[in-house]
Structures are given as structure tokens and as C-alpha cells.
Ligand binder design. Sequence first.
Ligand code: ZN
Ligand code: ZN
Length: 201
Amino acid sequence: MEPGTLVYDPHTRKVGEYQDRTGPYVMLRPVGGGREWQADPARIREATLDERLSAGVRALNDRSREGLSADPTRPPSPVPGCAGCEELALRRDRARAAFDASAVTDANVLLRQHQRDEHGGESAGRRIFRYVPYTIVQDASAQPEYEAYCVSGEEEDCGASSGPCQAPGEVEEWQRRHTQETRHLRYRRSFADYAVLERQG
Ligand SMILES: [Zn+2]
Ligand SMILES: [Zn+2]
């Protein structure tokens, strides 16, 4: 795992930046800085986009509560996990590398603007980033679909398909039957389901 990767530790139920290994543990650092903690390498996993976003927003809120980012001359920092922030931060890095001061300023202006629009506003010198949490759940009103497609054949795929099935067993049954009939052995299988985002709270 690369240092700096954001991971989720189920033991503390926190997202941290992976630092490195020390003996049987891995060291994680809170997003936005702070005291490192030890975690079990077998239990941590890469943080989801949702977790990265909320950890980043939380870190920014903590920082603004401490008054550190209330200073308008301080360059804005990207919210970890936000593609918009990352793109603008990258543009700023490139401008810095090219010693292009006015391009750095432009990137900062755009980043501030983006953060005002996307992550809430600035009020009374304190920035609170409103982040609306959503949970992604499978849509129970639509059946998941399983399908197999025969890709056997020399020049081109055979192309026979099981059609959408309601269960993986049906697909396997179709594959066995098709193989019995044709001796075809290779299939592409797909699974599709519907997901909905539900607003929390
Ligand atoms: Zn952003
Ligand atoms: Zn076939």
C-alpha cells in the first residue's frame, strides 16, 4: 500500500492516511493531521469515495473551527476525495512547478470558488463545508440480472446468450446445456443490478 492512501479502520471506525508498517501494525494518521494510531493490517481496507469525502470534509471543518483556514490569504486546501478540488490543486501544483505566480493565483481563486459552490460557504470567517451524506443501496424494486454470453469461436464469438436470468443458477444451467450441444467452453458473464442513493438524516 502506498503511503498517503486513505484507508478505513473498522476498529476505530475512522479513515486515516496510511503511513507505514511498524512491526505487526500499520500506522495511520488522521486526515488533516493529528496523532497517528496503530491498526491491524489484516482489517484495514481502502476507504470508499463516500468515506474519503466525509473524512476530508470533517478535517476541513475541524481546521476551520481551529481558525486555521479562516485566513483568506491562506491558499485553500483540496478536500480529499473530491475530483474537482484535486483537479484544481493539480493545476496549482503545475503552475508552482513552472514558477507561474499568476497561474497559481488563478488556481487558488478557482479552488475557493469551487469550494464555496460545492462544499458550502464561508460565514463570519468560519468555513463550514456542508456535505450531504448519501447511502447507496440496491434497489429492491428491480430484480438483479445475471447473463452469460458465449465467447467461444475461432474468428468471432459464437454470440449465444442465456438472456437475462433472475438467478446465477439459471445461467449456469444454460451454460451446461450450451456446452453439451456445442462443446463451447468460454463465456462472458455479467451481473447487473439497480442502485439508488438515499439521503441520510
Ligand atoms: Zn471539491
Ligand atoms: Zn457458443
